[in-house]
Design a protein around this ligand. Structure first.
Ligand SMILES: *Cc1c(COP(=O)(O)O)cnc(C)c1O
Length: 375
């Protein structure tokens, strides 16, 4: 039996019940369950605002679009970012004509505050922080330096559903946090996400911008009067970025099991650690103290990574790589050489299978093979 990196664990009957409710009610779009998941997400995380989206990627774009127009940023203004991420993080900066400036990571594989500070210029407007695998890295220091320099902090929390820092759910002290509920993330739907602003006016504007700029306040007012449904106002160019009730239904089920699933991920991580700690030639990526991670990923570093990966494939075990250094991509090659620690990590990191179907025996099998093939 093959052991995959990620396998979403859908509670099928409960999901079907959610979808059935939508279909029977004749309401699959915006509203209904999208409102319900927003309310439940706010209660779960303690975050003050939440808007349900079609994906994390659209939320990242929305955040840059909104801050650029709100604060009068110019084309070519800079956003400090990590090369060790999924391309969405950096594309979202480009969508708005801003320039990704790469800073290096530390041993947690998250942004290193010292290098971030070195890369601040007169044109720096924001830092985007990726909590890789659910870990907070040195987020606290980055937040402090953003405040000190008067620049915005955007949290790409795609791996962080259920991650807590000093006992509180992550996101409350960023200007905006964006979560992903994509199928292989730790709170799976098919495709959806959540954007959580710190300020109410940003949340209100996001709600309009995610539905083409349509002002639903007028809409709601006129519908309650029973007429003039088309008499809404459109205030600015918006997007079709909001989520729908089918996805929200799946998210409601996933949220119900999120803490339980994350606890099992942490159990898997501690089994991996038990077997791999102290093994020469394997380095574990350290967790930050005070962080209760979602443990979306369990990453190790090995010198002969590609060789080990091929060998594991032969045994039906399929680990992953998160991520290839983005400055190796042609479109970001202008950043090549600026982040040596990211470049080194990129050729050494390996993400071990992490999902509800992995057993203790699987972990033992995987670790035996890892140890056999490391050089
Ligand atoms: C998956 C992922 C995204 C994009 O999320 P989608 O919901 O698929 O758009 C962004 N950033 C990181 C770090 C991710 O892993």
């Amino acid at each position: 039996m093959a052991i995959q990196l990620f396998v979403p664990n859908f509670r099928v009957e409960e999901c079907l019940e959610q979808v059935r409710e939508c279909l029977e009610k004749g309401w699959t779009g915006l509203g209904f369950k999208t409102q319900q998941i927003e309310e439940e997400w706010k209660v779960y995380t303690g975050l003050p605002y939440a808007h349900f989206l079609a994906s994390n990627t659209v939320g990242l774009h929305l955040a840059f679009h909104m801050f650029k127009t709100k604060y009068g940023w110019n084309d070519g203004d800079e956003v400090i970012t990590t090369p060790l991420t999924f391309v969405s993080t950096n594309h979202a900066i480009m969508y708005e004509g801003l320039t990704p400036v790469f800073a290096d990571v530390d041993e947690s594989l998250c942004l290193d505050p010292a290098d971030v500070e070195r890369k601040i210029t007169a044109k720096t407007r924001a830092v985007i922080f990726v909590g890789l695998g659910g870990n907070v890295g040195q987020y606290d220091k980055i937040r402090e330096l953003c405040e000190r320099h008067g620049i915005k902090l955007i949290l790409d929390a795609a791996h962080m559903a259920g991650s807590r820092n000093h006992g509180k759910h992550v996101g409350h002290d960023a200007d905006v946090a964006i979560f992903s509920f994509q199928a292989v993330k730790n709170m799976p739907t098919a495709d959806s996400g959540m954007i959580c602003f710190r300020e109410e006016e940003d949340d209100a504007r996001a709600r309009k911008l995610c539905w083409l700029g349509i002002n639903k306040d007028t809409f709601a007012r006129t519908t309650t009067q029973g007429a003039y449904k088309w008499m809404y106002d459109v205030e600015e160019v918006g997007f079709k970025y909001h989520g729908n009730s089918i996805m929200a239904g799946l998210a409601l089920v996933s949220l119900k099991y999120l803490d339980r699933d994350n606890a099992y991920r942490r159990q898997l991580a501690s089994w991996y650690e038990e077997r791999l700690e102290g093994v020469d030639q394997i380095k574990l990526v350290p967790m930050t103290k005070g962080c209760e991670s979602s443990r979306h990923l369990f990453q190790v570093r090995i010198k002969n990574r590609d060789q080990v990966m091929m060998a594991l494939h032969e045994h039906g075990i399929f680990p992953g790589v998160h991520y290839r250094d983005n400055t190796e991509y042609r479109m970001y090659e202008y950043g090549k050489g600026t982040c040596p620690r990211s470049a080194a990590a990129s050729s050494e990191i390996l993400s071990m299978p992490m999902h509800m179907g992995v057993t203790r025996a699987d972990v033992d099998t995987i670790c035996d093979l890892l140890i056999r093939y490391i050089a």
